[in-house]
Design a protein around this ligand. Structure first.
Ligand SMILES: Cc1cc2nc3c(=O)[nH]c(=O)nc-3n(C[C@H](O)[C@H](O)[C@H](O)COP(=O)(O)OP(=O)(O)OC[C@H]3O[C@@H](n4cnc5c(N)ncnc54)[C@H](O)[C@@H]3O)c2cc1C
Length: 489
């Protein structure tokens, strides 16, 4: 479906009144860079791209769209991996990257106020001279925006100890679908009323457009140290993760890479990883120097007791950075192994890691597609990367089918269909699998309270009941579910 020529003409004329020429794109060639996000298998040109420079312009664009009943899809840097910023052919793609100012750094209250287009890493770089940093650190942090992080409730290496985005956001200014400005939370802790702040974190652009965010900052730790442990068996590495946490130690980061991921990263950045290992764990401790040194010794022992054949502590800051460089570069490194890869995102209880990783390896063999695993092990947040070649007939479908089996596996052990990449367009069917009609009705009710006409990011994150009914998943409790593994739920 496309917008009628008359409506598009009116829309562009009205937008021209509030945006500069450079901030309004309507030709196919100029809009092409915005046709997809990180889930590039899905592509779509919008009717128009708007790049507002002020909050007032965002409000004006929203009012115009609301008046004409035109859909709006917000977008940050477009690094999302679930198609959340996929344009709507009948609507406006609202790109927030020109709103990229740090409005205030407040060292006394350990917080900062930023516009949504500020980059995640750029924020920590700006606050470092004050001895402060912003803890949630997605691996895409060099590119992704704080607005996108809020909308996806993003996680990262340090979220095990310091929480997800939702735990590090104190306030939001939101432009509603009809152009009003809503202020939620702020510099003080807690506020009366429903916790709308938590509701908006992770709402994937369906409830409003974040135009200002107050984030919590933390003091830079006195000392950080990372330890690399190598295992000859993935399941042993999974067991080590549970053993560390069970010992009452909360590492600042606890990441796992399997053989394929290790090899890819090593070939790419030469991090000096043990390439003979079936899995490695990177475990970072931070805090006071004495405390970190003591915890490193304890974790070292736990790694050996869990079956590690080698444990290395980074000898200096350069080696620590190198260990992490390998981990953070694994996605692009894996991209060198195959023409395409499909990045899955699911969460499982930590104790299920050994069983789930073993089953993923079996599924990889059954489907004949290699799977590299690199993930936030401490959070039980898996990122299996399924390697395939879209030029081969049917391989994309096969990769998607394998991905679906992995998500079914996650749910069947009590986990979820997404850890941090959101639902977007990618996991709508997964939502039918995870939730009952009653729960989905509540989600749809919340959406209607903010956006009755469904103009904000339509077709994303929350499936219609009709879609789920068609899929058959609504019949889970009548025993007609297409996923027999889930019958016990
Ligand atoms: C290599 C790579 C590694 C990654 N690693 C991680 C990781 O470790 N952890 C993690 O959590 N994610 C990770 N991601 C996914 C992605 O980077 C995050 O989801 C990120 O938060 C998206 O930010 P963005 O600015 O690119 O948002 P976009 O992709 O542009 O948008 C994401 C969603 O947010 C909405 N949105 C954007 N801005 C706003 C706004 N101001 N108001 C309302 N809605 C808005 C969009 O509509 C969309 O639904 C990774 C991605 C890549 C490519």
């Amino acid at each position: 479906m496309s917008l009628s020529e008359t409506t598009r003409h009116t829309l562009i004329a009205r937008l021209n009144e509030v945006l500069s020429q450079e901030s309004l794109l309507s030709e196919a060639e100029t809009m092409r860079p915005y046709e997809c996000d990180g889930l590039s298998a899905y592509r779509q040109l919008p009717a128009v791209v708007c790049l507002p420079e002020t909050v007032e312009q965002v409000q004006a664009v929203m009012r115009i769209c609301h008046g004409l009943q035109v859909p709006i899809v917000p977008r940050g840097a477009g690094t999302g991996l679930s198609g959340g910023a996929l344009p709507d052919s009948t609507g406006v793609l609202l790109v927030l990257t020109k709103l990229n100012h740090i409005l205030e750094i407040d060292p006394q209250n350990f917080c900062a106020r930023v516009e949504p287009g500020v980059g995640n890493l750029a924020l920590s770089e700006a606050t470092r001279p004050f001895g402060l940093y912003y803890a949630p650190d997605p691996s895409s942090q060099v590119a992704c925006t704080i607005g996108g992080n809020v909308a996806e409730n993003s996680g990262g290496v340090h979220c095990l100890k310091y929480g997800l985005t939702v735990h590090n956001v104190m306030g939001l200014k939101i432009v509603t679908v009809d152009g009003e400005l809503l202020k939620i939370g702020g510099k003080t802790l807690d506020a009366p009323g429903y916790d709308l702040l938590a509701l908006l974190c992770g709402s994937e652009g369906l409830l409003g457009v974040a135009v200002e965010i107050t984030v919590r900052l933390l003091p830079c730790p006195e000392f950080s140290q990372v330890l690399l442990a190598a295992f000859d068996d993935v399941a042993k590495a999974g067991t080590a993760v549970g053993n560390i946490i069970a010992a009452g130690i909360i590492p600042a980061g606890l990441e796992m890479m399997d053989k394929l991921a290790i090899q890819a990263a090593e070939d790419f950045v030469h991090a000096n990883y043990p390439t003979q290992a079936a899995a490695i764990l990177l475990c970072e401790m931070d805090g006071a120097t004495v405390e970190v040194s003591e915890q490193i010794m304890r974790v070292r022992q736990i790694m050996f007791d869990s079956g590690a054949f080698e444990v290395r502590t980074a000898k200096d800051e350069d080696e620590r950075a190198l260990f992490w460089k390998g981990r953070k570069a694994t996605f692009p490194a894996v991209g060198r192994l195959a023409l395409d890869y499909y990045c899955m995102d699911g969460t499982i209880p930590r104790h299920s890691l050994p069983e789930v990783l073993t089953r993923i390896a079996e599924l990889s063999k059954e489907f004949g597609l290699p799977v590299a695993n690199v993930f936030h092990a401490g959070d039980g947040n898996l990122h299996p990367l399924i390697l395939y070649d879209a030029n081969h007939d049917g391989e994309l479908k096969k990769a998607e089918a394998l991905g679906e089996q992995i998500l079914i596996l996650c749910v069947s052990v009590g986990g979820t269909i997404t850890g941090e990449h959101g639902v977007g367009v990618e996991k709508l069917d997964g939502m039918c699998m995870q939730f009952k009609a009653l729960e989905l009705s509540q989600f749809l009710g919340v959406k209607a309270a903010f956006d009755l006409q469904g103009l904000l990011n339509p077709g994303k994150a929350v499936p219609t009941l009709h879609r789920c009914a068609e899929l058959g998943a609504m019949h889970v409790h009548q025993g007609k579910l297409p996923f027999p593994e889930l019958e016990r739920f």
